[in-house]
Design a protein around this ligand. Structure first.
Ligand SMILES: [Zn+2]
Ligand SMILES: [Zn+2]
Length: 205
């Protein structure tokens, strides 16, 4: 019984394999697999380019896929996906920039030069270490920085001592104390009101 069925099956298989349409289909599938294999190598090349600045690594990744032949390249893709660098270069750069910006922001926040604690913009003394942060302009009472040589708000010159407006002589057009120099004039020698007490002690914390 098998003697008669065996050759028949063999004949049927031969007929299928020999069929030009089937042969064409098989060939098309094989060509497609080869194309996928080559495309995978190209994908690995591009993928590695995005993940490393190393110029050789993309070629190695592509060669790795190619070496696994069209029959086994899927295993190569699996391996590549496991060992490839986790982050792309763009994301790593973005993260580094964000970290840098955060650090700069922390640094830009007002802080005490002595104890580095955060302080309010308008504080004049650090409440932690008593370090002098700012001073008050004796002329306009606004806050001025310690290194300002004159008040940015009212223009008062902290470097040049000014006569206190202590006296006013009626009948004279001169403003200021008797014998006090007008702004721009050199002070008279030995003028007692040359250095006002509040100016003399002004720079001390
Ligand atoms: Zn402090
Ligand atoms: Zn002022």
């Amino acid at each position: 019984m098998f003697d008669t069925i065996g050759p028949q099956i063999q004949q049927a298989i031969d007929g299928i394999v020999g069929n030009p349409i089937v042969q064409l289909g098989v060939r098309a599938v094989l060509i497609y697999v080869v194309l996928i294999w080559l495309a995978s190598a190209f994908w690995a090349f591009r993928d590695m380019q995005q993940r490393t600045a190393n110029p050789v690594a993309p070629y190695l990744a592509a060669a790795f896929i190619v070496l696994f032949t069209p029959a086994l390249f899927l295993f190569a893709i699996l391996l590549y996906r496991i060992v490839r660098p986790k982050e792309t270069v763009a994301i790593a750069t973005e993260r580094a920039l964000a970290e840098e910006a955060m650090l700069a922001e922390i640094e830009a926040r007002p802080h005490c030069a002595n104890c580095s604690r955060a302080v309010h913009e308008e504080w004049i003394i650090c409440p932690t270490c008593r370090n002098r942060l700012r001073r008050v302009c004796p002329s306009c009472s606004r806050l001025v920085e310690l290194d300002w040589s004159l008040c940015a708000w009212c223009g008062k010159d902290f470097e040049r001592p000014e006569a206190p407006v202590a006296a006013y002589l009626p009948g004279t057009a001169r403003r200021g104390a008797i014998g006090a120099p007008m702004p721009g004039e050199p002070p008279a020698p030995g003028y007692p009101g040359m250095i006002a007490p509040e100016i003399a002690g002004f720079r001390e914390p």
